[in-house]
Design a binder for this molecule. Structure first.
Ligand code: ZN
Length: 245
């Protein structure tokens, strides 16, 4: 099965990557969902919505600051570096990710579609056009404020109740419908509409290699190879990538 998957990757002329939370977790990125403590008192709507941000910017930004600080020392695992290597080898390898942590870009990948946005930047909530890199220092004295118009800044992730970015979604579906191989990594394929992307690839005739230690919603079949291993361990093998030391 590993050999067959490696061969598919090698021979693919039009592959696409689709990644989810499992990919990040292997790098040690915490998700905080369902954890005990202070945050348990607040709903996702309060912590991750425009309304919540307007009502209580101090609370919401404390939450994002904690997430940012927790992610500061997280670095891409070898699976990410293997994808960067594969992108260099192929010359073209679009990456669609549900993750907001920017690890694909940090590992040097380009053409990354972040369908749930990015925690790496923030922009003006009143849409005056201001945008900046999001660092913990930016708001050490309270919620970060737009230097141009004084409004509160918002993280550039898709917040609760907001639509996914239309351009990113339409390009993702175009890629799914035109690729010959989609490598689906670390996603349970349960959260819609993002989950529709690998199904669109499958329906359009692409082969699927899924890498996930646990069972997912993807069907079994001739064109689906399921590898129940960690991405950080198996991607270097599948791509022929050797860690440069
Ligand atoms: Zn502004």
């Amino acid at each position: 099965m590993i050999n067959r998957a490696a061969e598919l990757i090698r021979e693919s002329s039009n592959p696409v990557i689709f990644s989810g939370a499992g990919m990040s977790r292997e790098s040690g990125m915490r998700t905080f969902r369902g954890e005990e403590g202070l945050w348990k008192e607040y709903s996702p709507e309060q912590l991750s919505s425009i309304a919540g941000l307007r009502e209580n910017p101090g609370l919401v930004w404390d939450w994002y600051r904690m997430r940012l600080i927790a992610g500061e020392n997280v670095v891409p695992h070898p699976g990410y570096h293997a994808l960067t290597y594969l992108q260099e080898q192929k010359g073209y390898l679009p990456v669609i990710t549900q993750n907001v942590d920017g690890l694909h870009r940090l590992a040097g990948q380009t053409d990354v579609m972040e369908i749930h946005g990015s925690m790496r930047t923030a922009s003006c909530m009143d849409k005056c056009g201001f945008s900046a890199q999001l660092t913990a220092e930016l708001f050490h004295t309270g919620p970060p404020v737009c230097p141009d118009c004084g409004a509160i800044l918002r993280p550039d992730i898709v917040l609760f109740g907001e639509p996914l970015p239309p351009k990113v979604i339409s390009r993702s579906y175009e890629l799914a419908e035109s690729c010959d191989l989609m490598v689906v990594i670390g996603t349970s394929v349960q959260v819609w509409p993002a989950a529709g992307i690998p199904f669109a690839a499958l329906e359009s005739g692409a082969a699927i290699i899924e890498i996930n230690p646990v069972q997912t919603e993807l069907p079994r079949g001739d064109r689906v190879i399921s590898i129940r291993e960690k991405a950080g361990e198996i991607l270097p093998v599948l791509t022929g990538f050797k860690e440069r030391t």
